[in-house]
Ligand binder design. Structure first.
Ligand code: AR6
Length: 188
């Protein structure tokens, strides 16, 4: 169905919802203009499929060159690079847990969000966009992952004095609806 829509109509159909410093957005994270977009990478940081592949393709080969200098990244941790050809100034690479094989998946997924936000603060940045880390190839159930994402970010922002804008980017209508429902629940 989506393939039959013109680019213009697709643009109009994109959805956005915001409250306070949080924005829920439906679209492609490689198009988002922020201080940093987050990449759901793997421990090598040398690229892959899904959002990782899309970010590397849009950023250009210089991103891979910089990633090669980082020595990989442990699950739950995060590392920052420049954004190169992306509209985003930087990319924060984090590695989500593999749902069916890693232990402590909740803590590790939460750490991805918290450690990414710590890099925003350390680098004096103000805006960040997250994809649904681990919810593709790594198999984390979407609702559980969205709840952890929202709770981790809200708790970080509550304990932080600066003004950081956070965008959760969903790649499908279904994911957007999940985020919206869970975000509204967490506001009650
Ligand atoms: N914009 C926003 N979200 C996207 C985009 C996009 N352009 N493309 C995909 N998503 P995944 P993971 C969503 O599989 O589960 C890679 O090979 C997608 O719908 O990209 O953390 C890495 O190298 C899903 O909800 O990441 C690792 O090996 C979410 O992004 C492995 O996959 C995450 O899906 C990481 O797996």
């Amino acid at each position: 169905m989506e393939n039959f829509l013109s680019e213009e109509l697709k643009e109009i159909l994109k959805r956005e919802y915001s409250k306070g410093n949080i924005i829920l957005n439906l679209g492609d994270i490689t198009k988002v203009e922020v201080d940093a977009i987050v990449n759901a990478a793997n421990e090598t940081l040398l690229g892959g499929g899904g959002v990782d592949g899309a970010i590397h393709a849009a950023a250009g080969s210089e991103l891979l060159e910089e990633c090669k200098t980082l020595g990989g990244c442990r699950t739950g941790e995060a590392k920052i690079t420049k954004g190169y050809n992306l509209p985003a100034k930087n990319v924060i690479h984090t590695v989500g847990p593999i749902y069916n094989t890693d232990k402590n998946v909740e803590k590790l997924l939460s750490d991805c969000y918290t450690n990414s936000l710590k890099l925003i603060v350390e680098n004096n940045l103000n805006s960040i966009a997250f994809p649904g880390i681990s919810t593709g190839v790594y198999g984390y159930p979407k609702e559980d992952a969205a709840r952890i994402a929202i709770e981790s970010v809200l708790s970080f922002l509550k304990n932080h004095k600066g003004d950081i804008k956070v965008i959760f980017v969903s790649f499908s209508e279904r994911d957007f609806d999940i985020y919206k429902k869970i975000f509204e629940e967490s506001m009650k």
